[in-house]
Ligand binder design. Structure first.
Ligand SMILES: NC(=O)c1ccc[n+]([C@@H]2O[C@H](COP(=O)([O-])OP(=O)(O)OC[C@H]3O[C@@H](n4cnc5c(N)ncnc54)[C@H](O)[C@@H]3O)[C@@H](O)[C@H]2O)c1
Length: 380
């Protein structure tokens, strides 16, 4: 029997837009019998980016520089929008009001006001399913961590550390781009770019910060402008948030969320570590196939490391002993989105709009905390 297709358009065909183009092209990898995404529309203001799509994806029927063309097409049911942060509010709201489903990108609005306006549009158009992208939880070894959290294997949680660290900005000759410019990236700086990635699992399992103390650093205030001169770099490079979390069982614990652009040696280090009285565990994309854990026994404890292999949430054709990587996590994230679109509840789902709202409350409080050197309540 022919499988159901969901016709997609993509707005913003850069780094992330192309990842979706490629993931959709290898849907045969999955052993899921749910709907298949078919890309029919592609939009970018840069003709070179559009050309990559029309050259590589034969199903594209509408290739355009004006995203409204995709909104007006009856053939398109869902859109992925991966554009700079200053454009999120306008384009996401337009997509939702056009009655299309949306996978948006973080931070899901350049600031709290933009995010609230997007959420208002979602509330007014409940027929559109809206989610925000975040792929790292879909690594099988990280899924093992989520399973342990859900099974309450950690006992009383003492501390959680989650972070996303990069190092390419350590190269001071690297020219500035939109992600380092406050007008395109927003006042959150590194927190807006990297923060939702660190918050997805904690928020989903109910670890909601009650308060935050934020320490933000702008370490490199100027960067090459790419034209032989220098440009101001006013975005925050590094951020450490110390959060007080109320656990559902009445206990509370500190949660440290770090997002850094200047983390020596961290090419793309996303991690989560949970420390509990009965057990502790760690996952990092620097050792992407391993789940590292410890079960508390007596005075001394020893860490164990198991290589989980290719055992993803949504089964695939890849042998279970093989390695799992970034593009596999993107494919799993999209498969999870498609399952939800099909009315099913995946084992682990993409970031929900209300979680982006919480993220903005946290990041806005962190900005205030850093400005005033205070501990701020996180109020949604
Ligand atoms: N999920 C992730 O892991 C991840 C990784 C990187 C970036 N992102 C997010 O994805 C989004 C895009 O980031 P990117 O790294 O792909 O950026 P990018 O610069 O590589 O791509 C953005 C694209 O948007 C296009 N664009 C700009 N204005 C447009 C308009 N009006 N209409 C259509 N296209 C337009 C640009 O020409 C560019 O091709 C951001 O929100 C970013 O935070 C997510």
């Amino acid at each position: 029997m022919a499988r159901k297709k969901v016709h997609f358009g993509v707005i913003g065909l850069g780094l992330m837009g192309k990842e979706f183009g490629s993931a959709a092209a290898r849907w045969c990898h999955l052993l899921d019998d749910g709907p298949v995404p078919e890309l029919v529309g592609a939009c970018d203001t840069d003709p070179e980016a559009v050309k990559w799509f029309t050259d590589n994806i034969p199903t594209i029927k509408i290739a355009t520089r004006d995203y409204h063309e995709l909104l007006h097409s009856d053939e398109i049911e869902a859109l992925y929008c991966a554009v700079p942060h200053n454009l999120h509010e306008q384009i996401y709201v337009d997509i939702i009001r056009a009655g299309k489903h949306l996978m948006g990108e973080k931070p899901f609005g350049i600031d709290q006001k933009a995010n609230s306006n997007i959420l208002k549009a979602i509330k007014e158009n409940p027929e559109s399913m809206v989610r925000c992208s975040s792929e790292f939880p879909f690594f099988p070894a990280c899924q093992r961590m989520i399973q342990w959290i859900r099974e309450k294997r950690f006992g009383r949680i003492m501390e959680v550390h989650a972070g996303f660290n990069h190092s390419s900005d350590m190269d001071l000759s690297k020219p500035i781009n939109w992600k380092r410019m406050i007008e395109f990236n927003g006042e959150y700086g590194c927190m807006g770019d990297l923060g939702i990635h660190t918050q997805h699992i904690p928020f989903r399992v109910g670890w909601v910060p009650r308060s935050v103390y934020g320490v933000l650093s702008n370490i490199v205030p100027e960067r090459p402008d790419g034209k032989g001169g220098a440009a101001p770099c006013r975005t925050w490079d590094n951020a450490t948030l110390v959060c007080q979390v109320d656990n559902q069982n009445g206990s509370s614990f500190p949660m440290y969320l770090e997002t850094k652009r200047l983390a020596p040696g961290a090419t793309n280090r996303w991690f989560i570590e949970v420390y509990g009285l009965e057990a502790s565990a760690k996952f990092t994309t620097e050792d992407p196939n391993a789940f590292v854990f410890l079960e508390t026994r007596g005075k001394e404890q020893a860490w164990s490391r198991v290589v989980v292999g290719h055992k993803p949430m949504i089964p695939s054709i890849t042998g279970s002993i093989f390695e799992f990587g970034f593009s596999d996590s993107i494919l799993q994230m999209w498969a999870s989105f498609l399952q939800e679109l099909d009315g099913k509840e995946p084992l682990f789902g993409c970031v929900r709009p209300e979680e982006t709202h919480l993220s903005h409350a946290l990041l806005t409080a962190a900005l205030k905390s850093n400005r005033n050197n205070t501990v701020e309540n996180v109020t949604v």
